[in-house]
Design a protein around this ligand. Sequence first.
Ligand code: AMP
Ligand code: MG
Length: 400
Amino acid sequence: MEYFVSLERALEIAKKVQVELTCTYSLLDEAHGRILTDDVISLVDDPPFDNSSMDGFAVKHADTTDPPTRLRIVGTSQAAAVSASIHVSNGEAARIMTGAPMPPGADAIIMVEKTTVSEDGEWVELQAQAKPDWVRKRGENLTKGQVALSAGERLTPHHIGLAATMGHPSLSVFSPPRVSIISTGDELKQPGEELEEGEIYESNSFGIAGLVKESGCVPMRKNACADSLDELRAALDEAAMESDVIITSGGVSMGEWDLVRKIMEEEGEIHFWRIKIRPGSPPLFGLWKGTPIFGLPGNPVSSHIVFRMLVKPWIMSQFGVEGSLETIVPARLLEDLKATTDCHTLRRIFVYPQEGELVASLKTHQGSGNLHSMVAANALTFLPPGSTAKSGETISVILL
Ligand code: AMP
Ligand code: MG
């Protein structure tokens, strides 16, 4: 067991444990949030044919360079209508709808707003030059066979729309790993129940379930477990049976009642305990009866930050995704921050542009129990150990 390791080292240790993942085909309707197992190529040119990006008239550009111009209307090109019968010659124009194929002979579009049609409907007058740019060329977005989605990408609505555009009815995705989430603590009550003296509402399992979902896994949120070795053992055994990964919250610090640490020491297998980040230094990682387990801290901010910095990169590595998942940008501090000498410090900050640069200020107090500080923030500081973090310094921040 390694003790108090850097974030990098913690990930290195955790990545030695792999879960076995299987693949499945998912229909597009069910693919949101799933992770691609393979690169996806386009089955067609996008767009598949030259077409108009405007309602208007298809014309020869050379005819329109000296407006106003009068052209004879020779037909109409509508979406999906065969336009081969229309041919635009010099002095001619064809009515065209957005997305309709360009008729042969035409090379530019004039928008309908810049035209007037004669009363008999035979002639159109153009008040401006037609634009070749308003023709969307075949394959200008993607060509057939081009890779447009990559293995390891999480499918957002944009990905799914693009997969459909490229002609795929389904996609090869990972069967999502099942992740059990067990909160621990005698003081925890479900929201909706009446609080007795000394009790608080249990929040970690709900927040972590969302984080798990956003990482392409299926959360299995359990009822909070009391601070009892027997109850904890039963909950961990059940979780190991029915899920691929276990996440606990609470009970991993140094105290007498930190039973997750205690039971893992006595009956599980700890690979590391404590990592060099603030907030969030208490976590442990190891195996419970062969199932990987992350013991996250109980403090709500700490558990969310440790998930983001440690658990999520580990999950993504199971999907074959390596490297930083974060967008890190420079920002100038508007006030002094407290950093630590031995840990990376992740303060919840609010960044905004000011005179051409991003500036950062604290909005809320930084207690690791204050989950409102996460909601109010749009970034986290990423201060290396020993940073001074004085007002005016430019530091690295992680955009949330
Ligand atoms: P622990 O790590 O168990 O000592 O918990 C640290 C702090 O986090 C204590 O103030 C707990 O009451 C609080 N806490 C632990 N688990 C949760 C939870 N699931 N939801 C909200 N707060 C929690
Ligand atoms: Mg506790």
